[in-house]
Write a protein that binds this ligand. Structure first.
Ligand code: T5A
Ligand code: NA
Length: 217
């Protein structure tokens, strides 16, 4: 399908949240709805487990390889930096990008570890300069409710005490980023009710429009 106004860049939307908060489910529902409006969209997910850095990350998350916390942190960040040119090109071409986790997960999951080097500040630093999203949808759910959902507990960070720390750190990080547009979504509801909240936020963004100039970094 062709874009009505090719000079207008696409929206850059990030969906964040705890493990099992429903991010991938909601990214897919949002993409379907955007496609239903005959608009071009792209779905991307971090970590991108396909690239060389992503393969190391995947092995680590699955418990098949060990690396230092600092090494892993910088690999997660590199995994985003290697996608930047593609993101900017697609936005410029008018495609809306829906991102499943981004730098916010990057900072908080590392900072939640019991490692004195990994302050929230230190963890945020390598991601400074990445394209800034127009909208961050934070899928908020208690770690107890998230734990009740399918598949929980299979990967490295899927433990309740870690998830409690991650949730607190997400809120602390967002409070430190006043220029960022963050919408908190109640992710404990049914899939359809969560999708409705997200669609409302999307429509508000689409009506307001994303700036046509370069993204803030
Ligand atoms: N990480 C990530 C870092 O440490 N640093 C980084 O820089 C980045 C980017 C893997 C891990 O990596 C860490 C964070 C993670 O611990 P991932 O690949 O995104 O990150 O993790 P996944 O395992 O793919 O995804 P999640 O576990 O986070 O799940 P989602 O995407 O939040 O949830 P989803 O949609 O897959 O749904 C989970 C289950 O719940 C059901 C679904 O059907 C599914 O069974 N569900 C619902 N059930 C009831 N009501 C609803 N509203 C529901 N929505 C979904
Ligand atoms: Na997911």
């Amino acid at each position: 399908t062709s874009n009505e106004n090719p000079s207008k860049r696409g929206h850059f939307i990030v969906i964040e949240g705890l493990d099992r908060s429903g991010k991938t489910t909601q990214c897919q529902m949002l993409c379907e709805d955007i496609g239903g409006l005959d608009k071009e969209f792209k779905y991307i997910k971090f970590p991108d487990r396909i690239t060389p850095t992503g393969q190391v990350i995947n092995a680590y998350l699955q418990g098949e390889a060990e690396h230092s916390d600092e090494t892993m942190h910088l690999l997660f960040s590199a995994n985003r930096w290697e996608a930047v040119q593609g993101i900017l090109r697609d936005l410029k071409a008018g495609h809306t990008i829906v991102v499943d986790r981004y730098a916010f997960s990057g900072a908080v999951y590392s900072a939640a570890k019991e490692n004195p080097h990994l302050s929230l500040e230190w963890c945020w630093n390598p991601d400074i300069g990445l394209p800034q999203p127009d909208l961050v949808l934070f899928l908020d759910i208690s770690s107890e409710d998230a734990a009740k959902r399918g598949g929980y507990g299979e990967e490295r960070y899927e433990k309740q005490d870690m998830q409690v720390k991650v949730r607190t750190l997400f809120k602390r990080l967002f409070a430190r980023l006043p220029n960022l547009s963050v919408k908190v979504i109640d992710a404990g509801l049914s899939m359809e009710d969560v999708a409705d909240q997200i669609w409302q936020a999307y429509k508000e963004l689409d009506e307001a429009g994303s700036p046509s100039e370069e993204l803030q970094v």
